[in-house]
Design a protein around this ligand. Structure first.
Ligand SMILES: [Zn+2]
Length: 70
């Protein structure tokens, strides 16, 4: 069987995914792919500040960064 990569950590699994966690290399990677990382150690700690994106930028104010040559 051809080698395969774990969808989560990209670790090469020689001979293809095997064991109870396939196509992942481990229980940990399977949990991450299923969204388990939202529950614990992998929580994103830097929320996006949507306020600045929506109301803090009137029309025309953002054009300069789209045209660096100007
Ligand atoms: Zn993995």
């Amino acid at each position: 069987m051809a080698d395969a990569k774990c969808p989560t950590c990209k670790k090469v699994m020689v001979g293809g995914p095997t064991g109870p966690h396939k196509p992942f290399c481990s229980e940990r990677c399977r949990s991450i792919d299923l969204g388990g990382w939202l529950d614990g150690a992998y929580r994103i700690s830097a929320p996006v500040e949507e306020e600045d994106l929506d109301e803090g930028m009137p029309e025309g104010a953002g054009t300069s960064k789209d045209d660096p040559a100007n």
